[in-house]
Design a protein around this ligand. Structure first.
Ligand code: SAM
Length: 236
Protein backbone atom coordinates (compact mmCIF):
# COMPACT_ATOMS: atom_id res chain seq x y z
CA UNK A 1 0.00 0.00 0.00
CA UNK A 2 1.24 3.49 -0.83
CA UNK A 3 0.93 6.08 1.92
CA UNK A 4 0.69 9.71 0.82
CA UNK A 5 0.86 12.66 3.21
CA UNK A 6 0.25 16.17 1.92
CA UNK A 7 1.32 19.25 3.87
CA UNK A 8 -0.70 22.33 2.97
CA UNK A 9 -2.34 25.42 4.41
CA UNK A 10 -5.58 24.29 2.73
CA UNK A 11 -6.11 20.65 3.79
CA UNK A 12 -9.85 20.98 3.18
CA UNK A 13 -9.20 21.03 -0.59
CA UNK A 14 -8.28 17.37 -0.38
CA UNK A 15 -11.55 16.21 1.23
CA UNK A 16 -13.69 16.17 -1.94
CA UNK A 17 -10.66 15.16 -4.00
CA UNK A 18 -10.00 11.98 -2.01
CA UNK A 19 -13.66 10.92 -2.05
CA UNK A 20 -14.32 10.42 -5.76
CA UNK A 21 -13.35 8.51 -8.88
CA UNK A 22 -10.44 6.12 -9.32
CA UNK A 23 -8.62 7.66 -6.36
CA UNK A 24 -11.62 7.39 -4.05
CA UNK A 25 -12.05 3.74 -5.03
CA UNK A 26 -8.36 3.01 -4.40
CA UNK A 27 -8.53 4.56 -0.93
CA UNK A 28 -11.72 2.69 -0.12
CA UNK A 29 -10.11 -0.61 -1.14
CA UNK A 30 -7.03 0.07 1.02
CA UNK A 31 -4.59 0.30 -1.91
CA UNK A 32 -3.60 3.83 -0.99
CA UNK A 33 -3.86 6.11 2.02
CA UNK A 34 -4.07 9.87 1.63
CA UNK A 35 -3.92 12.34 4.50
CA UNK A 36 -3.79 16.13 4.17
CA UNK A 37 -2.14 17.90 7.11
CA UNK A 38 -2.54 21.53 8.04
CA UNK A 39 0.91 23.15 7.95
CA UNK A 40 -0.18 25.43 10.79
CA UNK A 41 -0.03 22.42 13.11
CA UNK A 42 3.77 22.88 13.01
CA UNK A 43 3.72 26.58 13.93
CA UNK A 44 4.56 27.74 17.43
CA UNK A 45 3.28 31.31 17.64
CA UNK A 46 -0.13 32.57 18.68
CA UNK A 47 -1.04 33.58 15.12
CA UNK A 48 0.10 30.27 13.62
CA UNK A 49 2.29 32.13 11.12
CA UNK A 50 3.53 30.25 8.05
CA UNK A 51 4.93 33.17 6.01
CA UNK A 52 7.07 36.25 6.38
CA UNK A 53 8.48 39.11 4.30
CA UNK A 54 11.32 38.30 1.89
CA UNK A 55 14.90 39.12 2.79
CA UNK A 56 16.26 41.57 0.23
CA UNK A 57 12.84 43.07 -0.37
CA UNK A 58 10.44 42.41 -3.21
CA UNK A 59 6.75 41.65 -3.51
CA UNK A 60 4.75 39.07 -1.64
CA UNK A 61 5.47 36.75 1.25
CA UNK A 62 7.71 33.71 1.57
CA UNK A 63 6.83 30.51 3.42
CA UNK A 64 8.91 30.11 6.55
CA UNK A 65 11.25 27.13 6.73
CA UNK A 66 10.55 25.92 10.29
CA UNK A 67 6.98 24.58 9.91
CA UNK A 68 7.74 22.89 6.57
CA UNK A 69 10.92 21.21 7.81
CA UNK A 70 9.34 20.11 11.08
CA UNK A 71 6.29 18.74 9.25
CA UNK A 72 8.47 16.76 6.86
CA UNK A 73 10.59 15.42 9.71
CA UNK A 74 7.60 14.37 11.78
CA UNK A 75 5.90 12.63 8.84
CA UNK A 76 8.94 11.20 7.04
CA UNK A 77 11.83 11.29 9.53
CA UNK A 78 14.96 13.41 9.17
CA UNK A 79 16.41 13.84 5.70
CA UNK A 80 18.81 10.97 5.07
CA UNK A 81 19.78 8.93 1.97
CA UNK A 82 18.26 5.82 3.57
CA UNK A 83 15.01 7.49 4.61
CA UNK A 84 12.13 5.28 3.47
CA UNK A 85 9.73 8.12 2.70
CA UNK A 86 10.32 10.34 -0.31
CA UNK A 87 9.66 14.02 0.34
CA UNK A 88 8.68 16.08 -2.70
CA UNK A 89 8.34 19.83 -2.78
CA UNK A 90 5.98 21.07 -5.51
CA UNK A 91 7.79 23.94 -7.23
CA UNK A 92 7.64 25.45 -10.74
CA UNK A 93 11.43 25.39 -10.80
CA UNK A 94 11.62 21.67 -10.02
CA UNK A 95 12.26 18.73 -12.33
CA UNK A 96 9.43 18.27 -14.83
CA UNK A 97 6.92 15.62 -13.74
CA UNK A 98 6.17 12.98 -16.40
CA UNK A 99 4.76 9.49 -16.78
CA UNK A 100 8.05 7.71 -16.06
CA UNK A 101 8.38 9.70 -12.85
CA UNK A 102 4.83 8.74 -11.92
CA UNK A 103 5.74 5.08 -12.46
CA UNK A 104 8.85 5.45 -10.28
CA UNK A 105 6.86 7.13 -7.51
CA UNK A 106 4.22 4.39 -7.69
CA UNK A 107 6.94 1.95 -6.55
CA UNK A 108 7.63 3.94 -3.37
CA UNK A 109 5.91 3.06 -0.10
CA UNK A 110 5.54 6.54 1.36
CA UNK A 111 5.38 9.98 -0.28
CA UNK A 112 5.22 13.31 1.51
CA UNK A 113 4.15 16.22 -0.71
CA UNK A 114 4.92 19.75 0.47
CA UNK A 115 2.74 22.48 -1.03
CA UNK A 116 4.02 26.03 -1.34
CA UNK A 117 1.93 29.23 -1.55
CA UNK A 118 2.62 32.96 -1.90
CA UNK A 119 5.99 33.74 -3.58
CA UNK A 120 7.23 30.26 -2.77
CA UNK A 121 9.15 28.66 0.09
CA UNK A 122 12.34 29.61 1.88
CA UNK A 123 15.18 27.86 0.03
CA UNK A 124 16.33 26.19 3.26
CA UNK A 125 13.04 24.29 3.53
CA UNK A 126 13.75 22.71 0.18
CA UNK A 127 17.34 21.87 1.05
CA UNK A 128 16.70 20.57 4.57
CA UNK A 129 13.44 18.70 4.03
CA UNK A 130 12.88 17.72 0.40
CA UNK A 131 14.50 14.93 -1.58
CA UNK A 132 13.52 16.70 -4.77
CA UNK A 133 11.44 19.50 -6.25
CA UNK A 134 8.78 18.57 -8.80
CA UNK A 135 7.12 20.82 -11.36
CA UNK A 136 3.95 19.95 -13.28
CA UNK A 137 4.89 22.25 -16.18
CA UNK A 138 6.29 25.55 -17.30
CA UNK A 139 3.63 27.80 -15.83
CA UNK A 140 2.93 29.16 -12.38
CA UNK A 141 -0.19 28.38 -10.37
CA UNK A 142 -0.98 29.94 -7.02
CA UNK A 143 -0.22 26.98 -4.80
CA UNK A 144 1.19 23.47 -4.63
CA UNK A 145 -2.19 21.86 -3.97
CA UNK A 146 -3.31 21.47 -7.60
CA UNK A 147 0.17 20.20 -8.62
CA UNK A 148 0.07 17.74 -5.69
CA UNK A 149 -3.30 16.48 -6.91
CA UNK A 150 -1.88 16.01 -10.41
CA UNK A 151 0.96 13.91 -8.99
CA UNK A 152 -1.42 11.88 -6.79
CA UNK A 153 -3.80 11.21 -9.70
CA UNK A 154 -0.99 10.12 -12.03
CA UNK A 155 0.72 7.92 -9.44
CA UNK A 156 -2.36 6.30 -7.97
CA UNK A 157 -3.67 4.92 -11.27
CA UNK A 158 -0.36 3.06 -11.72
CA UNK A 159 -0.62 1.22 -8.40
CA UNK A 160 -1.31 -2.50 -8.79
CA UNK A 161 -5.02 -3.26 -8.55
CA UNK A 162 -6.22 0.36 -8.80
CA UNK A 163 -7.49 0.15 -12.39
CA UNK A 164 -9.93 -2.68 -12.98
CA UNK A 165 -8.13 -3.67 -16.17
CA UNK A 166 -4.31 -3.37 -15.94
CA UNK A 167 -4.21 -3.02 -19.75
CA UNK A 168 -5.86 0.40 -19.33
CA UNK A 169 -2.67 1.97 -18.00
CA UNK A 170 -0.28 -0.16 -20.09
CA UNK A 171 -1.72 1.21 -23.37
CA UNK A 172 -2.16 4.74 -22.13
CA UNK A 173 -0.47 7.76 -23.67
CA UNK A 174 3.19 8.24 -22.66
CA UNK A 175 3.46 4.76 -21.15
CA UNK A 176 5.25 3.39 -24.24
CA UNK A 177 6.65 6.66 -25.55
CA UNK A 178 3.58 7.17 -27.74
CA UNK A 179 0.11 8.69 -27.71
CA UNK A 180 -2.87 6.37 -27.50
CA UNK A 181 -5.15 5.74 -30.50
CA UNK A 182 -8.47 7.67 -30.57
CA UNK A 183 -11.49 6.31 -28.71
CA UNK A 184 -15.11 6.04 -29.87
CA UNK A 185 -18.33 4.93 -28.22
CA UNK A 186 -21.99 4.75 -29.29
CA UNK A 187 -23.73 6.09 -31.33
CA UNK A 188 -22.08 4.64 -34.44
CA UNK A 189 -22.90 7.86 -36.27
CA UNK A 190 -23.15 11.35 -34.77
CA UNK A 191 -23.83 14.51 -36.80
CA UNK A 192 -22.67 12.81 -39.96
CA UNK A 193 -19.41 11.49 -38.42
CA UNK A 194 -19.19 7.72 -38.43
CA UNK A 195 -17.08 5.56 -36.14
CA UNK A 196 -14.30 3.94 -38.27
CA UNK A 197 -15.62 0.73 -39.78
CA UNK A 198 -12.74 -1.35 -38.47
CA UNK A 199 -13.74 -0.71 -34.83
CA UNK A 200 -17.19 -2.13 -35.54
CA UNK A 201 -15.88 -5.12 -37.49
CA UNK A 202 -15.28 -7.42 -34.51
CA UNK A 203 -11.96 -8.40 -36.11
CA UNK A 204 -9.55 -8.01 -33.18
CA UNK A 205 -6.44 -8.45 -35.31
CA UNK A 206 -7.45 -5.60 -37.62
CA UNK A 207 -8.49 -3.46 -34.64
CA UNK A 208 -5.09 -3.97 -32.97
CA UNK A 209 -3.27 -3.09 -36.20
CA UNK A 210 -5.47 0.00 -36.76
CA UNK A 211 -4.84 1.22 -33.22
CA UNK A 212 -1.09 0.68 -33.55
CA UNK A 213 -1.02 2.71 -36.77
CA UNK A 214 -3.20 5.47 -35.33
CA UNK A 215 -0.97 5.67 -32.28
CA UNK A 216 2.13 5.94 -34.44
CA UNK A 217 0.68 8.56 -36.80
CA UNK A 218 -0.73 10.67 -33.95
CA UNK A 219 2.55 10.60 -32.10
CA UNK A 220 4.48 11.60 -35.23
CA UNK A 221 2.08 14.46 -35.92
CA UNK A 222 1.43 15.75 -32.44
CA UNK A 223 4.43 14.79 -30.34
CA UNK A 224 7.44 13.80 -32.48
CA UNK A 225 9.60 14.54 -29.42
CA UNK A 226 8.19 11.45 -27.69
CA UNK A 227 9.57 9.15 -30.37
CA UNK A 228 12.89 10.93 -30.35
CA UNK A 229 13.22 10.35 -26.63
CA UNK A 230 10.86 7.55 -25.62
CA UNK A 231 9.74 7.52 -22.03
CA UNK A 232 11.73 4.92 -20.09
CA UNK A 233 9.33 3.58 -17.49
CA UNK A 234 11.25 3.21 -14.29
CA UNK A 235 13.68 6.00 -15.04
CA UNK A 236 14.08 8.31 -12.06
N1 SAM B 1 7.55 32.84 -7.20
C1 SAM B 1 7.64 31.45 -7.61
C2 SAM B 1 8.46 31.38 -8.90
O1 SAM B 1 8.43 32.31 -9.69
O2 SAM B 1 9.12 30.35 -9.13
C3 SAM B 1 6.25 30.89 -7.82
C4 SAM B 1 5.47 30.64 -6.55
S1 SAM B 1 3.87 30.00 -6.81
C5 SAM B 1 2.89 31.43 -6.92
C6 SAM B 1 3.42 29.36 -5.24
C7 SAM B 1 3.54 27.85 -5.07
O3 SAM B 1 2.75 27.21 -6.04
C8 SAM B 1 4.92 27.27 -5.25
O4 SAM B 1 5.69 27.37 -4.07
C9 SAM B 1 4.62 25.83 -5.60
O5 SAM B 1 4.41 25.03 -4.46
C10 SAM B 1 3.32 25.94 -6.37
N2 SAM B 1 3.48 25.89 -7.83
C11 SAM B 1 3.21 26.87 -8.71
N3 SAM B 1 3.42 26.49 -9.97
C12 SAM B 1 3.84 25.21 -9.92
C13 SAM B 1 4.23 24.26 -10.89
N4 SAM B 1 4.24 24.55 -12.19
N5 SAM B 1 4.58 23.02 -10.47
C14 SAM B 1 4.59 22.71 -9.16
N6 SAM B 1 4.25 23.58 -8.19
C15 SAM B 1 3.87 24.82 -8.54
Amino acid sequence: MLRIDVVTIFPELFEPFRAVGVLGGAIERGLLSLAAHDLRRWTRDRHRTVDDIPYGGGPGMVMKPEPLVEAAEELAGPKHPLRVARVLLLAPQGARFHQAKAAALARESHLVLLCGRYEGVDQRASELAADEELSIGDYVVSGGEAPAMVVIEAVSRLLPGVLGNPESSAAESFQQGALEAPHYTRPAEFRGCAVPEVLRSGDHGRIRAWRATQSKVRTQRRRPDLQAAPCQTGEQ
